[in-house]
Design a protein around this ligand. Sequence first.
Ligand SMILES: C[S@@+](CC[C@H](N)C(=O)[O-])C[C@H]1O[C@@H](n2cnc3c(N)ncnc32)[C@H](O)[C@@H]1O
Length: 314
Amino acid sequence: MKWSEISIHTTQEAVEPISNILHEAGASGVVIEDPFDLTKERENVFGEIYQLNPDDYPEEGVIVKAYLPVNSFLGETVDEIKEAINNLLLFDIDLGHNKITISEVNEEEWATAWKKYYNPVKISEKFTIVPTWETYEPVSSDELIIELDPGMAFGTGTHPTTVMSIQALERTVQEGDHIIDVGTGSGVLSIAAAMLGAKSVKALDLDIVAVESANLNIKLNKVHDKVTVSQNNLLDDIEGPVDLIVANILAEIIVRFTDDAAKILKPNGVFIVSGIINTKKQDVKDSLLEAGFYIEEVLVMEDWVSMIARKKND
Ligand SMILES: C[S@@+](CC[C@H](N)C(=O)[O-])C[C@H]1O[C@@H](n2cnc3c(N)ncnc32)[C@H](O)[C@@H]1O
C-alpha cells in the first residue's frame, strides 16, 4: 500500500492538539521531531541511549509527521486536517510557521519511519516504557516495565504530559485504591496505576481507536484483572466513590469536568491533571479551586504543567 507523509512545521505548544487531529483523521504513527529531544536532560539522568540524528530535526519549532493511506479520500482528509489545525488559533494556540507539506512514502519506509524514534525510555524513578518490538533487560530488580504498542492512539508514553502524569501517580497511588483514568489513549496511565498497587482502574476514552489500543496494551501488560476499558465522554454517568482520578487531556477539556471529578472522589481524594500548556495553567487552577480542591503540587516539564489536586475534607 502507498502511504502519504504529511509534515507540519509548528510549535511545541501545538504538538499535542495537532497529534490528536492527525489521529482523529485516521493517521497511523505520529512522529515528533523536536530539537529539544537532542539535548534532553533526562538522557544524563537516566543514562538511556538515544540514536537521534540532528539532521532530522528543525532548527526551531517542531515538526509533526504522520502517515495517511493514499486513497480517494486523501484530498478531503488533508483539507480537513488543515482546517482543524487553523481552528486551533481560536484557542489561542500559537501555530508558528504552520507549514504543511505532503509527500509519498512506501509501506516499508513508513513502518520504520516512526518506530526508529521510539526506544526503551526510563521515564520516572520506577517506570521504563518499552515498545513491544524491542527486547529490554531491566537494569534493576525493582524497575517496573510497561510494554506499549501505541498503534494509532496517543501516545508513546514518553510525551512530557504522560511522563508527569506517571510521576504524579508514583507519588500518590496507595495500595488498594480505586482509580479512574479519563482519556486513557494507549492505556499507559491505567497500566502504571495498576502496577503501583491500585485495586481497580476504570480507563475511559471517547475514541474507539484508543479503547481498542488500551485493551491490547492492558492485556500485554497482564493487568486486565484490574483494569476495565470503556468508551465514554469524560465522567458522564460514571459513579464513585473513587480514591483517585487522573486525566491527561487539554486544559480546555479539564475545566469542563472538575465539578464531576469532585462529586465522585472521596474526601481527600486525588485529582491528577495533565496536558496543560503553561499559558492555560491559571484557568485550570481556578476551576479546581472553585470545584473544592486545593493544589498539592505543580509539576513542570518543557512548556507543560501538571497538577496534583486534593479534594477538601469538607
Ligand atoms: C493526550 S491523550 C492522553 C493519553 C494517555 N492518557 C497518556 O497520558 O499518554 C488524551 C486522550 O483523551 C481522549 N479524549 C479527548 N476528549 C475526550 C473526552 N471528551 N472524553 C474522553 N476521552 C477524551 C483522546 O481520545 C486521547 O486519547
